[in-house]
Design a protein around this ligand. Structure first.
Ligand code: FES
Ligand code: MG
Length: 594
């Protein structure tokens, strides 16, 4: 299962050379090859075509996925690149996961997509595989699956959408979806205006046009050395995007020949570079979960890249990119300012330049080869190290009795910075339904200094760990002008959202041992950003009594989980916690492949 090609289509059918031992799924191995050639020839391929390196191209087009709407054009361009360089390109489908149309959440389906990707790469006779993805969960799913399959892989990103315009102001999905919706909720605009905005928030195909999860994962994938640097930012609708696809096709043929596999390319140093970029771009909190899941697919990196790595790198890395939600601009601005190439030139002193990339060049060589003169012009998007947007730790990792295994806070997206160090009484919502029912109740006892707590939206508690962590400001406070409060949950938040929001609290509330599960309204919660502390001011004895009592009440649900059918049953029984990547325990690198 670990060879580049499970059987060799180029072997003449009269020969047995090149056949692998044990390949007897249609009787003897030689007959298997004979039979497979019968069927691939039904597609019209000649012996000549089949003698070339075979590059699989994963087609993730779906009529439900606007972020992947340009996949057909990218396939055409990637095929051109493969075939101009002497390879044979063959496309095949996997599932497509679009953020907005993936009930209950796209994260619920990420691991399924990773399994689909892994098994189809492994199953089919390809020498290298171009994985076309873009929307939030697809790129991590493909990297997870591709690393586990460990055949040569080349991520190809669909690219960000362009911004739209409303009354002379640029707007774009999805930071402005949220800002404008909040303004509508607060009574600052009427229904006609919010409807007009709805038409303009996603004016082209492509992934969300801000530094949300999709853009973050694109930048991180480039920093890992897995694709051309320009591939992170070129707009979905640009000709540059098509040229990147063609280049990826050309690279695929070379990589098929060199047999460079992802587990060789990816090292501790490449993850270090990726996390440095994550911090410098003010990337999505979701990328933390994804990066941990990706690293944990690699046998040598499992448990090596952790939340502590994110925190350690964050302390040294300033936020340099002025993009929403931490800043003001859009992905096409970042692209026009020089994109990842320009950013990495600035970040150079913080990077491991010896990290190898997919083409075999080191990152240092890639940066040296760029015409850096073209990148030095006056622009406002990529700041110099001397003038950062945020000094360090745009993403901070907190711990304490409330989150012994960690929690994540995008400090740079906080609207009221004083909330980063804040003590206040908890207002607890037991789950999303409870929140929906009570958050706008005029009788809710809450002030701007309260700490809003939402439980049971973790990986198990609400399968898929929904992006419900952006707890809305209670209507009566929103109408009084409150724009941010300290908010806590065991769930996730969209990468396009902002506020003082602590996420991924682990262990999650649904687990019997969770302290977070026993927070009660009125308990004092202390968030201290300097000390990276998240503390519940309740005595250990009281906490233990509460945990014991609650343990009893969870027995029924734990039992039900064991019986649940289908993918959801598999998910609930197998998903690990956010700090491990919310992957399935049986998919991480720990297990054997045979
Ligand atoms: Fe696909 Fe935002 S919805 S990237
Ligand atoms: Mg998103």
């Amino acid at each position: 299962q670990d060879s580049n090609r499970d059987y060799d289509l180029t072997t003449p059918i009269t020969s047995t050379s090149g056949l692998r031992q044990g390949l007897t799924s249609y009787g003897d191995a030689h007959f298997s090859l004979f039979l497979r050639k019968v069927f691939i020839k039904a597609l019209g391929y000649s012996e000549d075509a089949l003698s070339r390196p075979i590059v699989g191209i994963i087609n993730t087009f779906s009529g439900f996925n606007p972020c992947h709407a340009n996949v057909p054009q990218l396939i055409e361009a990637a095929k051109r690149g493969v075939q101009l360089n002497g390879g044979l390109a063959i496309e095949f489908p996997t599932i497509s996961v679009a953020e907005s149309f993936s009930h209950p959440t796209s994260m619920f389906l990420r691991n399924l997509m990773s399994m689909d990707t892994e098994e189809m790469i492994r199953a089919q006779p390809l020498d290298a595989c171009i994985m076309i993805g873009g929307c939030d969960k697809t790129v991590p799913a493909q990297l997870m699956g591709g690393i586990s399959a460990n055949k040569p892989i080349l991520p190809l990103i669909t690219g960000p959408m362009m911004p739209g315009s409303h009354r002379g102001q640029r707007i774009g999905a999805c930071t402005d979806c949220r800002n404008n919706w909040a303004a509508f909720r607060a009574g600052e605009m009427d229904v006609e205006e919010i409807s007009a905005i709805n038409e303009e928030l996603a004016p082209t195909i492509g992934t969300c046009g801000v530094m949300g999860t999709a853009s973050t994962m694109a930048c991180v994938t480039a920093a890992l050395g897995m694709m051309p640097l320009r591939g992170a930012t070129a707009p979905a609708v640009s000709s540059a995007r098509l040229r990147i696809a063609e280049e990826t096709g050309a690279n695929a043929v070379a990589i098929a020949k060199s047999k460079r596999k992802p587990q060789e390319v990816l090292t501790k140093e490449s993850f270090w570079n990726a996390i440095t970029v994550l911090q410098a771009i003010g990337g999505s909190t979701n990328a933390v979960v994804h990066l941990l899941a990706i690293a944990n697919r690699h046998p040598e990196l499992q448990g090596v890249i952790t939340l502590d790595t994110i925190e350690e790198i964050g302390r040294k890395t300033p936020l340099l990119i002025d993009l929403k939600p931490s800043g003001d601009n859009y992905m096409n601005d970042f692209h026009n300012a020089g994109g990842m190439m320009a950013l990495l030139q600035v970040l150079r002193p913080l990077l491991h330049l010896s990290a190898v990339t997919i083409t075999g060049q080191t990152l240092g060589e890639v940066l040296d080869a760029s015409q850096s003169k073209r990148l030095s012009f006056a622009q406002q998007i990529i700041r110099p190290m001397s003038d950062p947007l945020f000094p360090a730790s745009s993403l901070a990792v907190l711990r304490g009795n409330l989150a012994p295994d960690g929690a994540v806070l995008k400090a740079s997206a906080s609207k009221y910075r004083h909330l980063l160090s804040h003590t206040g009484p908890a207002v607890v919502f037991e789950n999303s339904a409870d929140l929906a029912q009570r958050i706008d109740d005029p009788n809710l006892v809450v002030t701007k200094d309260s700490v809003l707590v939402l439980k049971n939206i973790g990986p198990i508690g609400n399968p898929g760990m929904p992006e419900a962590g952006l707890i809305p400001i209670p209507k009566k406070l929103a109408e009084a002008g409150v724009k941010d409060m300290l908010r806590l949950s065991d769930g996730r938040m969209s990468g396009t959202a902002g506020g003082t929001i602590i996420l991924h609290i682990s262990p999650e509330a649904a687990l019997p041992e969770s302290t977070f599960g026993v927070v009660e309204t009125g308990d004092l919660i202390i968030c201290d950003i300097e000390a990276r502390k998240l503390h519940l001011e309740v005595s250990e004895a009281v906490l233990q009594t509460r945990i014991e009592k609650r343990r009893q009440s969870l027995v029924g649900e734990t039992q039900a989980r064991k019986q649940r059918r289908g993918y959801r049953g598999l998910y609930e029984r197998s998903v690990n916690q956010a700090q491990e990547g919310a992957d399935f325990d049986f998919l991480t690198a720990g297990g054997a492949n045979t």
